[in-house]
Ligand binder design. Sequence first.
Ligand SMILES: [Zn+2]
Ligand SMILES: [Zn+2]
Ligand SMILES: [Zn+2]
Ligand SMILES: [Zn+2]
Length: 297
Amino acid sequence: MSRRCADCCRDLPESSYYFVSKTSGKLRGQCKDCMRQRKLEQRDPDWTPSCSRCGSRLSVRAGSGRRLCEECFAQTYDTAHPRVNGAHRIKLKPCSLCGGRKERFERGKVCRACRPWLRFASSLRQFGLTPAEYMSIFDAQGGRCYVCGAPPGAIRLSIDHDHSISEMRRSIRGLLCNECNYSRLPRFQDDVGMLQRAVSYLVHPPAQSALADIRHPEAPAPPPPEGVVFFPEIQAGADPQSERSVATASDGHHVASRPGEPPVGSQRRPGARGTSTRSTGRTSGARRREQAGEGDA
Ligand SMILES: [Zn+2]
Ligand SMILES: [Zn+2]
Ligand SMILES: [Zn+2]
Ligand SMILES: [Zn+2]
């Protein structure tokens, strides 16, 4: 059985490797040739060992064993919190949510303080937020949805972000309830101008000011706006299904002028509740409104 030498990368039989120890039977990573070469190099008084992690030459001739440069050492061992007996303490990965120091007894990716945030962790990581930063936004908003003012119920407020900004952390706008985040704001397509017009529309309804401005209410009816078709004409050649739906839609316009014809509803089979039920209901509503309008005029 052959193994590859870590230094010269040759595939050599096991007999060309020294044992680390005869009792364990463990072999060295380097072949005998490379080990001899190393020993020869180390006879040079200027020789210094290299970091066993990154391979950089060390400035001082350190003792035997595994040698790490200062950077690799600081990455591996926790120098800020040494153990009492002087042994090196392996550095644990920081808490994946708050980035704080984790104790050895704290199992898992997050520290003990961050455990209640675990189910929200993916969203926080997506935006690069720590729980403390989320809470500071939450408190700045008064603990409520910014738009509708609803407090978070069983579901936490979600993080709303500007989709036009690619950097997630910079794109965060605030915390919104699901209704505002997924329904209310998207209806306005994040259009500030549209929302401002909607506000002024609600505060000062334009119809009321227009009605107040009418000087001669008894004047004859003006023609409808240019190019506006209130009801589409029946198109010849269309398939009967759509023709019928068009007919029911356009009937509303003609009902008043053709009183002899049966109403729209009577053409339909009584049991048939087809797809056009909604449109018929709408047309009858439109017809009723129009009849009422014509009656008034
Ligand atoms: Zn070798
Ligand atoms: Zn190193
Ligand atoms: Zn944490
Ligand atoms: Zn809301």
